[in-house]
Design a protein around this ligand. Sequence first.
Ligand SMILES: COc1ccc(C(=O)NC2CCC2)cc1-c1cc(C(C)=O)n2cccnc12
Length: 121
Amino acid sequence: CVLRKREERTALQRASEHVLKALEKRDPQQFFAWPVTDNIAPGYSAIISQPMDFNTMRQKIDENHYLTLQDFIADFKLVCNNAMQYNHVETIYYKAAKKLLHTGMKLLQPEKLGWLLNLIP
Ligand SMILES: COc1ccc(C(=O)NC2CCC2)cc1-c1cc(C(C)=O)n2cccnc12
């Protein structure tokens, strides 16, 4: 039988997975891990036109959907900005999203990530 050759992961896929793991560590309550449903967040699907979450991002990495790291970062910003759009400023979700966005942007700075970015051809 012909064994299905496991596709080699590209440098971009490995870099994106590395960053995603670091971002997930900063979401211990897993508020951003899965799609937000209308039953936990009333009216969510009517307010947020482009929902995004970490699990969906992982699927997109595995499907090699991201052509550049900027595409990946855009989805991360979507996760945070959606939460800051739907939730009021005094909620735990707004505050968690604001903190996560700030932390994520620091993590993605070249001096922090330069070595990883150089791996991407
Ligand atoms: C996948 O989304 C979730 C998963 C689990 C929880 C959760 O554990 N909430 C408990 C902490 C106080 C109730 C919340 C959320 C959640 C994320 C969000 C976001 C990201 O907007 N959210 C908004 C309103 C209500 N709930 C949520």
